[in-house]
Design a protein around this ligand. Structure first.
Ligand code: ZN
Ligand code: ZN
Ligand code: ZN
Ligand code: ZN
Length: 455
C-alpha cells in the first residue's frame, strides 16, 4: 500500500509534539499513522490495484483493523469494494470442481490454509513500521538535554512500548530515564484515588492505547487452560452471525468478569497484570471503574514489584545452558535493558487462552450440531461461520460429509453476499442513486463480520 514516509526531521518534531500530549507518544503516533492510511485508502486507494491485491492476499484487514476502518471511516462503498474483492478470491476455492478449488483428498490441509490470510494485514504493517520509526527517533535523541527534559515531563512510554525500547536504549542514562519515568508514573497512578478518566490513563500505561499494540492471537489448537479460572463449555445458539464468534464473545466476557471478581490478593492479581491490550480494554467496557479501578492499581503495583525483583528468577539448568550459549558465541550476554524488558513485558494473556479454548469448544459444538442426528443446528439452514472460524471447524471435521456441508453452506452464504455487495456498489453510482436500497443496505458491514469476525 503506497504510503508517504515522513522525513527524519518531520518524524523528530512529531515525536516532540506527541510528548507534550496525553498518553504514550508512540501509541498516539502509531494509531494516527493507521488512521491516515485508512483516509488515503478511502479517498483514492480503493481504486489502486496494488492495494487491492494486497488486501485480497491478506483476506481483508485483521479483526481489530477491519472494525477500526468501519468505525473511523464509515465508508460503505470502500468497504464494499474491498470485501467484494476478498470474497471474489475465496469463492473459487469453495466451488466444487473449480480449477482453483484445492484438492481435498488429503483432508483438512489446503482449503483451511487458503482461507487464512496469505499476507500480513496492511494496517498491522503500517502500525509496526510507524511505531518502530518513532521509537527509534525518540531513542536516538534521548541524550539531548531538551528531549530528556520533555520526556521527564511527559506521560512516558506505555509498558509494551517501554519493553520494546529498553533493549535498544543507547546508554545507561537513557535506560535510567526510561525506567525512572515509567516507575514514577505507575506509582503516582496506583497510589491515589482516580477518576474514570484518569483511570483510562492508568490502563493505557499498562497495556497501551486501544489498537496501538499488535495483538498475537493464539491458535485455538494450542489452547491452554487459563489460570485461575477454567473456561465453561460455550453455548452454541443459532443466529444470523458466526456461531463460534457469538459463543466465544459470551464466554470471554464471562471469563473476564469472573477473573476480575477473583482478584484481591497478590497471587490473584496475576491475570490482570498479563491481560493483553485487547482484553484489558474489553474488561474496562464490561465493568465500571469503581470495580476495575482498584484491581488495575493493584496490577500496577504488582508490575512495580516485578521490576524491583533483585534477580532474574530462572531455573538453574536454563541458566547453565544460557551461559554455555554465551560462551560458544550463540547468544549475546543479556544486557540490563533486555533483562528489565523481560521483567515488565506482558506474559501470555490468560483471556487470550480462555478465548482460544472457547473457540475450540464452540467449533466442536458446531460440528456435533451438524453431524449428530438430532443436533440443534439441523433445524437451521446453513451454518453461519466467519472466515477464520470456518477454517477452524473444517480442520476438525470428522469426515467428508461434514466438510461438504460446511463448504456448501459457506458457498451459498458468500455467493449471496458477493452479489449484494455488487448491488450496493451499483447503487452508489450517481445514475442509480435514486433507486431505494434493498437488503443489501448493510452488506458492507455484514461482509466485515463474515471476513474478519464479529465486532
Ligand atoms: Zn505505547
Ligand atoms: Zn491489522
Ligand atoms: Zn467467527
Ligand atoms: Zn488477550
Amino acid at each position: 500500500m503506497r504510503q508517504q514516509r515522513p522525513s527524519r526531521h518531520t518524524t523528530f518534531h512529531e515525536v516532540l509534539d506527541a510528548l507534550r500530549q496525553e498518553g504514550c507518544p508512540i501509541c498516539r503516533l502509531g494509531v494516527r499513522a493507521v488512521s491516515r492510511q485508512f483516509d488515503v485508502l478511502s479517498y483514492e486507494g480503493v481504486n489502486d490495484p496494488g492495494s487491492r491485491a494486497e488486501l485480497r492476499r491478506a483476506r481483508g484487514f485483521c479483526h481489530g483493523h477491519a472494525w477500526q476502518f468501519a468505525n473511523e471511516v464509515h465508508d460503505g462503498l470502500g468497504t464494499a469494494i474491498i470485501y467484494r474483492d476478498v470474497l471474489g478470491a475465496l469463492l473459487p476455492l469453495l466451488r466444487p470442481r473449480s480449477p482453483a478449488a484445492p484438492h481435498r483428498s488429503g483432508r483438512a490441509g489446503a482449503l483451511e490454509r487458503r482461507l487464512l490470510p496469505q499476507a500480513e494485514c496492511p494496517a498491522c504493517r503500517t502500525l509496526a513500521g510507524a511505531s518502530r520509526r518513532y521509537l527509534d527517533t525518540l531513542l536516538a535523541h534521548l541524550s539531548d538535554a531538551d528531549v530528556r527534559r520533555r520526556y521527564r515531563a511527559s506521560h512516558a512510554l506505555c509498558r509494551p512500548h517501554l519493553a520494546m525500547a529498553l533493549p535498544q536504549a543507547r546508554d545507561r542514562p537513557g535506560l535510567d530515564l526510561l525506567i525512572g519515568v515509567f516507575r514514577e508514573r505507575a506509582e503516582a497512578l496506583s497510589g491515589q484515588t482516580l477518576s474514570a478518566e484518569m483511570g483510562s490513563l492508568l490502563v493505557e500505561a499498562l497495556v497501551g492505547r486501544p489498537l496501538a499494540v499488535p495483538r498475537t492471537v493464539p491458535f485455538p489448537e494450542a489452547a491452554q487452560t487459563p489460570q485461575p479460572l477454567p473456561p465453561a463449555a460455550p453455548r452454541i445458539e443459532p443466529g444470523a452471525g458466526c456461531l463460534v464468534c457469538g459463543a466465544v464473545q459470551k464466554e470471554v466476557s464471562r471469563w473476564l468478569v469472573a477473573a476480575l471478581a477473583a482478584t484481591g490478593g497478590l497471587a490473584e492479581d496475576k491475570p490482570l497484570v498479563d491481560l493483553c491490550g485487547f482484553h484489558a480494554w474489553r474488561l474496562t467496557e464490561l465493568a465500571p471503574w469503581s470495580q476495575t479501578g482498584p484491581a488495575w492499581q493493584r496490577a500496577a503495583r504488582r508490575l512495580l514489584h516485578r521490576l524491583a525483583e533483585p534477580q532474574e528468577t530462572r531455573p538453574p539448568e536454563q541458566g547453565v545452558w544460557r551461559e554455555l550459549g554465551v560462551l560458544l558465541g550463540i547468544r549475546r550476554p543479556s544486557s540490563e535493558g533486555e533483562t528489565l524488558a523481560t521483567r515488565i513485558a506482558q506474559r501470555t494473556c490468560p483471556a487470550c487462552e480462555a478465548e482460544a479454548a472457547a473457540a475450540m469448544g464452540a467449533a466442536k459444538g458446531v460440528l456435533s450440531g451438524i453431524t449428530g442426528s438430532e443436533g440443534a443446528l439441523e433445524a437451521i439452514h446453513g451454518v453461519p461461520l466467519c472466515r477464520s472460524h470456518l477454517a477452524l471447524v473444517l480442520s476438525l471435521a470428522p469426515d467428508e460429509a461434514a466438510e461438504w456441508r460446511l463448504i456448501r453452506s459457506a458457498l451459498a452464504r458468500w455467493q449471496a453476499l458477493h452479489a449484494e455487495l455488487g448491488e450496493y456498489i451499483r447503487k452508489q453510482d450517481y445514475r442509480f442513486r435514486h433507486e431505494p436500497y434493498g437488503p443489501e443496505v448493510d452488506a458492507p458491514w455484514r461482509a466485515i463480520a463474515d471476513m474478519a469476525g464479529e465486532e
